[in-house]
Design a protein around this ligand. Sequence first.
Ligand SMILES: [Zn+2]
Ligand SMILES: [Zn+2]
Length: 289
Amino acid sequence: MKIRQNLHIHSSHSCDSACATIKDIQREMLDYGMTEFGLSDHVHSAFNLCDIASSRNDFDVYATSPCFHFGIEATCMAKWECDAIAAGNYKRQGDDPVYGLRYAELPMETPELMLGITEAEIQKYHIEYVIGGTHWPSIGTDDPEKLYEDNFQQMLFLIRHPLVDILAHPWYDIEHSIGGMHVHRPGAQRDREAFLHIPDRMNEQLGAELVKFGKCAEINISMFQDNRRPEEARRKYWRILEDWRDAGVRFTFGNDLHAAHSCKECLALMEQLLEAHGFREEHFKMLFE
Ligand SMILES: [Zn+2]
Ligand SMILES: [Zn+2]
């Protein structure tokens, strides 16, 4: 199958290490034959909303193709940390509040969740689509059972959120979380068997809710690029996606670009992998066609 869509692209305006220019993104995506592609710079808390403003300004100048769209990747945040950041009630301890108050006193149970952007701001910046992603636990524990449950609750929150169109990279952070990287860093390991222990009931419910709320699940290239992940864990991840597909979930594709340039070979390899796992173009939802 041919990948014609890439909705998950970070530009140099993203708050992290992303460094691609909007001009290069447009040229490379059109060269590859993408008919629908878009920016998705990060919004965590309102603290880094200024990044989206600058991304939008540049987009308005350099994005000239009708195939090029303006989206965001919004992180699932806790209400208490967003409130504290909005009130200026934080101390910088190495981490800017761009990433929330992750390493302060985290609760043991999933707190009230929210996005760091409002509907009015989405209209203000003419944001055409929202990818919602979990990037870290909202609880401070190394108990695997609680961490799976927390990641699951965050994903349910995103699927049910009226502003979210796409669930980003399902289970993205679970290997870090289960490995204890958010509690014991540095020195903690990534647990590359973490996919194997995701409870089936969670995946079944996530698939059912994606269908019920008409939301897309993202097939994100970064989820397939860890060569040290055991074969069995890779198979498990594919099986989750295949089960969702068979349950009627529609997908979007993203290469989660953070480098200066997209890797054409990686996209071509992904096309082969998708085909080998029974994915066809009709399983992907084109948002703008
Ligand atoms: Zn992400
Ligand atoms: Zn991303």
